[in-house]
Design a protein around this ligand. Structure first.
Ligand code: G3P
Length: 218
């Protein structure tokens, strides 16, 4: 399973990358706004900055919701760096845009996915990645992990090449559950990745080892 970080914060991207386990980055307009990145040139430069930190796919989302706008924006984003993946919303014109980019060999990430039907459509259009939102499904008392499992199962039935990129990951348990059901990628906040490290018995065991070593060295 590939690990992406879901943020536009450069310090957090560097921290995850320094761990040596990072395969890519996803962003969205809300995450860019959270970092105070606004204006066309600043946004474009920020994507280049991210690509210069991480050697892996970097999803950059279009703002347009019409076909022509998405094509224009997506082409400009794809021209920034070979690792840019054009992130496109799951809407009618988005499907057409995914087909366009797929035919041109430009990678896409279909975002705002909440159903298996949407997943089938995005795969038919040739999306490179599909982003079902686990946490937001959980937020409305449905089961986000069940959705990932259902999509993984459908894609396996037909050897679909579209990779299931579990998004809206909120905690380390989501990551473990995504691995259990066979997600290809998880994109997570840094806190969820670091949460995987935690176990009280690791801390107690290390303390004991160091104490025994200190005693023996006296
Ligand atoms: O990748 C999509 C993700 O950023 C959404 O996460 O926590 O806002 O639902 P969240």
């Amino acid at each position: 399973m590939k690990f992406f970080i879901d943020t536009a914060n450069l310090d957090q991207i560097r921290e995850a990358n320094d761990l040596g386990i990072l395969d890519g980055v996803t962003t969205n307009p809300s995450l860019m706004a959270k970092e105070g990145i606004s204006g066309y040139n600043a946004v474009m430069q920020h994507y280049i900055d991210i690509c210069n930190i991480v050697d892996g796919d970097v999803s950059a989302e279009v703002i347009s919701t019409d076909y022509d706008g998405m094509i224009k924006e997506g082409e400009a984003l794809a021209a920034l760096h070979p690792n840019i993946v054009v992130k496109i919303p799951m809407i009618k014109d988005g499907i057409k845009a995914i087909r366009y980019f797929s035919d041109k060999g430009i990678k896409t990430n279909c975002t705002l996915v909440f159903s298996a039907g949407q997943a089938i459509l995005a795969a038919k259009a040739g999306a490179t990645y599909l982003s079902p939102f686990v946490g937001r499904v959980d937020d409305i008392s449905w089961d986000g992990i069940d959705l990932i499992a259902q999509i993984v199962n459908i894609y396996q039935n037909y050897d679909v090449e579209t990779q299931v990129l579990a998004a809206s990951i909120r905690n380390p348990l989501h990551i473990v559950q995504c691995a259990e059901v066979g997600a290809d990628v998880v994109t997570c906040p840094l806190s969820a990745i670091l949460g995987l490290l935690k176990h009280p018995l690791t801390d107690i065991g290390l303390q004991q080892f160091l104490a025994d070593h200190a005693k023996a060295s006296k």
